[in-house]
Design a protein around this ligand. Structure first.
Ligand SMILES: NC(=O)c1ccc[n+]([C@@H]2O[C@H](COP(=O)([O-])OP(=O)(O)OC[C@H]3O[C@@H](n4cnc5c(N)ncnc54)[C@H](O)[C@@H]3O)[C@@H](O)[C@H]2O)c1
Length: 284
């Protein structure tokens, strides 16, 4: 459905090849946004198919600047103008991010930036040699900062816009052995508050979304690590921790992100939206 508010606007979804990012990209495009997905992984056939996450090309990979992965128009001739492009971009590299936001802004004024890249590796502060810590901070927090650094100048130049950063309930309450991820996700909430204060008067709203457990390739990898022979049972068990008795679908998180970038959320900034099926309502 083409809406007045989204027509002629572009959005960049970082981490848009998989899971919550892919679902958000699909929903925004369906609502008429021109969407550029930025990711280190190729988009799978389906949003919730198993992606590669950090198992994708590493820091030593050759540059693949502006590699065109997939272009498709999702709106009909008389319907939404939404289009979708997938571009290779490493969110830990400012130059990659600047390239994709500039490409989106050339299609239509950039009005939304969604940061949904991420990875989760477990370990306490004594784990390994600090590699897990560095990786968790780099991809979940520093990359969010770099994405904002790339995108916010264009949002300001376009008269304002919206940034949404995918944090996690793990940034509010965590579990043993998840130090790097918990710290990065808590940091993302602080970063969101700071950016909301710094850029509110320039018309830029900045919010975080903190999901509970969502059925995505990231979570399926975690479930398979716990019980390779039956990850579905692991997911069902995690679902029981939520008041709703199940984990979320990516589309349920995407719906909140899409609201936050819409004009309907025009007075919402500096906030963390917990979308956790009641997970944090319980202490036991
Ligand atoms: N799935 C959950 O239960 C859950 C819960 C809370 C928060 N989150 C957060 O939501 C976000 C999306 O998670 P998801 O579950 O959809 O995971 P996912 O693995 O399905 O998707 C994450 C995407 O990020 C991409 N990515 C990783 N490193 C990147 C980099 N350096 N540059 C560009 N792209 C990169 C991956 O390739 C992947 O496509 C993450 O920040 C995650 O921490 C997820």
């Amino acid at each position: 459905m083409r809406t007045e508010t989204s027509a002629g606007r572009s959005a960049v979804v970082i981490g848009g090849a998989s899971g919550i990012g892919a679902a958000t990209a699909d929903l925004l495009a369906a609502r008429g946004w021109h969407v550029v997905c930025a990711d280190i992984a190729d988009p799978p056939d389906q949003s919730d198919a198993v992606g590669r996450g950090l198992d994708g090309p590493g820091p030593d990979r050759p540059e693949r600047d502006n590699r065109e992965v997939d272009d498709r128009a999702v709106g009909g001739a008389d319907d939404a103008p939404g289009s979708m492009r997938h571009r290779y971009a490493d969110a830990t590299r400012l130059a990659d991010l600047r390239r994709v936001v500039a490409e989106a802004d050339a299609i239509a004024p950039l009005k939304a930036l969604v940061f949904s890249a991420g990875a989760e590796r477990h370990g306490d502060v004594l784990a390994e040699d600090g590699t897990i810590w560095d990786q968790m901070i780099d991809v979940n927090l520093t990359a969010a900062y770099l994405s904002a650094r790339a995108g916010i100048p264009l949002l300001i130049a376009n008269g304002g816009g919206s940034v949404v950063v995918l944090s996690s309930v793990q940034g509010i309450a965590t579990e043993p052995g998840n130090a790097g991820y918990a710290a990065a996700k808590a940091g993302a909430m602080g970063l969101v508050r700071a950016m909301a204060l710094d850029h509110g008067r320039q018309g830029v709203r900045v919010n975080a979304v903190a999901p509970g457990t969502v059925d995505t390739p990231l979570v399926r990898r975690n479930a398979a690590a716990v019980r390779p022979e039956d990850p579905d049972a692991v997911l069902a068990g995690w679902g029981e921790l939520h008041a709703l008795g199940r984990v979320a679908r990516s589309s349920e998180i995407a719906a909140v992100v899409a609201f936050l970038v819409s004009d309907e959320a025009s007075f919402v900034t500096g906030a963390t939206w917990t979308v956790d099926g009641g997970l944090l309502a319980s202490y036991g």
